[in-house]
Design a protein around this ligand. Structure first.
Ligand SMILES: C[S@@+](CC[C@H](N)C(=O)[O-])C[C@H]1O[C@@H](n2cnc3c(N)ncnc32)[C@H](O)[C@@H]1O
Length: 242
């Protein structure tokens, strides 16, 4: 299949993303470990720490995929009351549901089929709303941020872990070279879906810069928005407060 880069409509991208994640679900986790040289677990660890959730708090991990962030929250914060992992690609969550059967407090984690465009949760419900590697995939960042903010309690946090548009620098150019050449080749070998891993770097190129995402979060009504650059500036962790 040819790399999918341009879409004729928002609906076409939405459907492509959904079907593409269903195709790569079986090899998603192993590809993440390889592409990040085993570092992605540290980013999720930091993400959960920066939320500073209250004891007995609740967390929504939207676009949970196979549940890496949700599992990290359950592990790191056994005092939480509830963690909800939600996604619109059921095959990703099916894999997640079979992971870590012996994990303590696993019963605090529930799974929900949900589209981030219309979150099926009440207003002011969660102490924290997080997403990992979701926002590049949506067609209307402003609307998605507004809905994530809606379901967050006043005083709660909205956090985003994402690959922003690479910087216009020598390092950015080197990263692009790796991202556009090595990753699709590796993805093709490991997952048999080279188009998915060609879509990945193109979606980062088309995404916001870190400062632009910060501004979009502020426009959605979030305050004290701060971001940390990780992995030599190739991954950004944004956190804002409602
Ligand atoms: C790159 S994976 C990230 C999974 C997980 N958050 C992680 O950190 O590994 C992106 C996930 O976003 C989900 N996704 C994309 N668009 C979505 C939408 N509109 N609503 C809900 N989930 C969405 C995909 O199904 C996929 O599981």
């Amino acid at each position: 299949m040819n790399p999918k880069i341009n879409f004729n409509s928002a609906a076409e991208k939405h459907a492509y993303v959904n079907q593409m994640f269903a195709r790569i679900a079986p090899r998603y986790d192993i590809m993440n470990r390889l592409m990040s040289a085993g570092q992605d677990g540290r980013w999720r660890n930091l993400l959960v720490k920066q939320l500073q959730l209250p004891p007995q708090g609740n967390l929504l991990d939207i676009a949970t995929g196979t549940g890496d962030i949700a599992f990290e929250a359950v592990r790191q914060r056994p005092d939480l009351a509830q963690v909800v992992g939600a996604d619109f690609t059921l095959p990703m969550m099916t894999i997640g549901k079979n992971r870590y059967p012996q994990l303590q407090n696993r019963q605090k984690l529930s799974w929900s089929g949900a589209d981030t465009v219309y979150l099926p949760f009440p207003d002011d419900y969660f102490d924290g709303v997080v997403s990992g590697f979701l926002m590049r995939n949506v067609t209307n960042v402003a609307n998605v941020l507004a809905d994530q903010t809606r379901v967050c309690k006043p005083g709660g946090k909205v956090a985003i872990l994402e690959i922003p548009r690479p910087a216009e620098s020598l390092f950015g150019a080197m990263f692009r070279l790796y991202f556009h050449n090595i990753v699709p080749m590796l993805g093709g070998i490991i997952s048999g879906q080279p188009d998915a891993y060609s879509y990945l770097p193109h979606s980062a190129d088309a995404f916001l810069r870190p400062e632009e995402l910060k501004q979009a979060m502020e426009t959605a009504g979030l305050k004290n928005v701060q971001y940390t650059m990780l992995m030599m500036g190739t991954v950004a962790l944004h956190v804002g407060q409602k």
